[in-house]
Design a protein around this ligand. Structure first.
Ligand SMILES: Cc1cc2nc3c(=O)[nH]c(=O)nc-3n(C[C@H](O)[C@H](O)[C@H](O)COP(=O)(O)O)c2cc1C
Length: 399
């Protein structure tokens, strides 16, 4: 055996030993999944564990649609890594026997400051789709924000539960169709419009391109954009992606559009996709009822900063005038606690409920939300915070 061989082998052995000792690897190795054995719901101890089960249970193309980020997926990764730069300063000797994680958002009492972010195509995860998700949200008493690109009719989702729900709006391709969509949602009973502003151009999702999907929405997801695409098919020669620069949305998405929307919506309108103090201040100035700090879960502009990093400047610019929500990368109760300490009113989760839905249907979504709720409650209890009002910036230590 040459020295070279020897050192390579021992390096590999060391690496293997390191891997086996790492808590992350252990968590992965211990997971009781094989194709033949799907664990029961109560065997799962955190929300990450739903992802491999979802992956095993749904078609690859659907899983890739859910999992994927844009380009090199830097923002997707960084959304998670940024939480590691913030540690906690827990307080002791505080009576936390009456732990309460409930909150009131736009007048509605929720049992947790955790909402379901709008995500397209729940039918890709489970045939019941958004109807199952709406029932799960109602079960745990939180809000589902229904995507414009729902696989189920808005009205059917509205009727799935009596608990309040919000509607996410992708404007365009035309003003009239957009207005009709808003009126339809409000008429169906959605209590708030969440206007998404960070997705004006089709992004370069390499996982989808590898699956030879020409668009960002896989078959089965209805969207106003796909309707327009069908209309245009045959009219213009289409270059295959990745060379085609295309906008699926309204070309003119600006504050003038927002002013019109505010006039006809007749319900509160919040803006999702705000990433800077400057835009947050403009949102307040133009009458937004709230903002969601979001980089779309790393799916549009790669190298957009992690939202937990941008939250402080948005909270500062807003200065308590409207609620600030945040999403992108929230997977742990402590992640949520950090955002609340910075000043967020609530957080939204996108992929975890889809993993729950893909893995176990409605009950999986319930369990994902319950796990996050109980992790948050425990982190609060151990930090000497018995309710959301007692969580403030002094809880944080930046690394
Ligand atoms: C599969 C998928 C579909 C999404 N569809 C939409 C959508 O239709 N409208 C929207 O505003 N955001 C959409 N988003 C972004 C989410 O609302 C949210 O910003 C993001 O998922 C949060 O990050 P997380 O998945 O890390 O929790 C989607 C995200 C995913 C993962």
């Amino acid at each position: 055996m040459t020295n070279d061989n020897y050192s390579r082998r021992s390096a590999l052995r060391n690496l293997a030993a390191l891997f086996a000792a790492s808590p992350l690897a252990k968590a992965q190795l211990d997971l009781p999944y094989t194709a033949a054995h799907v664990p029961s719901l109560d065997e799962l101890v955190n929300v990450f564990e739903f992802e491999p089960i979802c992956r095993a249970r749904i078609p690859k193309q659907n899983y890739d649609f859910i999992a994927g980020g844009v380009d090199a997926e830097w923002s997707l990764r960084h959304n998670r890594e940024a939480f590691d730069k913030i540690a906690l300063r827990p307080r002791m000797m505080v009576d936390t026997s009456g732990l309460d994680v409930s909150t009131t958002v736009f007048g509605d009492k929720l049992e947790m400051p955790i909402l379901i972010a709008p995500t397209a195509g729940h039918g890709l995860a489970n045939p019941e789709g958004e109807v199952a998700t709406a029932k799960a949200a109602a079960h745990v008493k939180t809000i589902l924000i229904l995507s414009t690109n729902s696989t189920q009719p808005y009205e059917k989702v509205a009727q799935a539960s009596t608990f309040p729900k919000w509607f996410q709006l992708y404007p365009g391709p035309d003003l009239e169709g957009t207005r009709e969509r808003v009126e339809r949602a409000v008429g169906a009973g959605f209590k708030l419009i969440c206007l998404t502003v960070d997705a004006g151009w089709n992004s370069h999702r390499e996982r989808l391109l590898r699956n030879r999907l020409r668009t960002q929405t896989p078959p089965g997801v209805n969207s106003p954009q796909s309707a327009r695409r069908r209309q245009r098919e045959g009219e213009e020669p289409q270059k295959p992606p990745p060379y085609r620069l295309s906008t699926t949305l309204m070309h003119r998405l600006d504050w003038r559009f927002f002013a019109d929307l505010k006039k006809y919506a007749k319900v509160p309108v919040i803006i999702k996709g705000i990433m800077t103090g400057e835009d947050a201040a403009l949102a307040v100035k133009h009458g937004a009822d709230g903002v969601v700090v979001s980089n779309h879960g790393g799916r549009y502009l790669d190298y957009a900063a992690a939202t937990i990093e941008m939250l402080p400047e948005v909270v500062k610019a807003v200065n308590g005038r409207i609620p600030v929500l945040v999403d992108s990368g929230f997977r742990r109760g402590t992640d949520i606690l950090k955002a609340l300490a910075i000043g967020a009113k609530a957080v939204c989760v996108g992929r975890p409920p889809l993993w729950g839905l893909g893995a176990y249907g409605e009950q999986g979504v319930v369990r994902v939300l319950e796990l996050l709720q109980s992790e948050l409650a425990l982190a609060m209890g151990l930090s000497g915070r018995s309710n959301l009002a007692s969580i403030d910036h002094s809880l944080l230590k930046y690394q």
